[in-house]
Design a protein around this ligand. Structure first.
Ligand code: SAM
Length: 213
């Protein structure tokens, strides 16, 4: 019996009640053991619908936000997705559990090492790379989906360029304190943008993001 199965189910119900309806996303959230992506002393809070510290001044996103962004990507099994901001590795695991080919970039090498360890241990097939994700990862482009899990001042152009035709980019954009989740859909050379307000992320730091260290 896997630990916290009942808590995971309750978390999924809360997310469903908040409006996430894509069963493939909900099934992945039911499968992935979020407590294994957190420091041991937070395991008991892993299925609360809240963000939590993962060290290095960073956080694992709130489960609802992970579900909302994953649903907004509208990806299917076999698609290629680029994630910027690996953090704990949880979002990457959720995508991998949906059968997606995940490519993920993290600028903090300590966090990246921890994420790689747990993803390998749980046998999620995820390709990862340490560095500034604001310039994307051209070697594997184009992507059917790009998800950015830290907040940018604007949508980085290199990420738009690396989107496949029909693909979707999901990224929090706004000021340092509050952001909207922006969805950009590519249709040929046209980019259609929609947004949902009221989210809060750590900053995206890099060439096409905020300055910082
Ligand atoms: N997706 C993560 C998870 O499931 O745990 C949550 C990530 S946390 C909210 C955001 C992460 O983005 C941090 O780990 C931070 O170091 C990383 N980050 C910030 N700017 C970055 C950049 N330019 N390139 C890659 N990673 C970046």
């Amino acid at each position: 019996m896997r630990r916290f199965a009942a808590e995971r189910e309750e978390m999924v119900q809360v997310i469903r009640e908040r409006g996430v309806a894509d069963e493939r996303v909900l099934t992945a959230l039911r499968k992935v053991e979020r407590h294994l992506f957190l420091p041991e002393h937070f395991a008991g809070r892993a299925y609360d619908d809240t963000s939590l510290p993962i060290g290095e001044g960073q956080t694992i996103s709130q489960p609802y936000t992970v579900a909302f962004m994953t649903e907004a990507l509208r990806v299917k099994s076999g698609d290629k997705v680029l994630e910027i901001g690996t953090g704990s590795g949880y979002q990457a695991a959720v995508l991998a559990a949906m059968g997606v080919w995940v490519f993920t970039i993290e600028r903090n090498l300590e966090l990246l090492a921890g994420a790689r360890r747990i993803l390998e241990r749980l046998r999620y097939r995820v390709a990862s790379h340490g560095g500034d994700g604001t310039v994307g990862w051209t070697a594997h482009a184009p992507y059917q989906g790009i998800i950015v899990t830290a907040a940018a001042p604007d949508v980085p152009q290199p990420l738009m360029d690396q989107l496949a035709d029909g693909g979707r980019l999901v990224i929090p954009v706004g000021g340092r304190d509050v952001q909207s989740i922006v969805v950009v859909e590519r249709r040929g050379e046209e980019y259609i943008r929609t947004e949902a307000p009221g989210f809060k992320f750590v900053p995206l730091i890099g060439k096409m993001g905020w300055s910082g260290n």
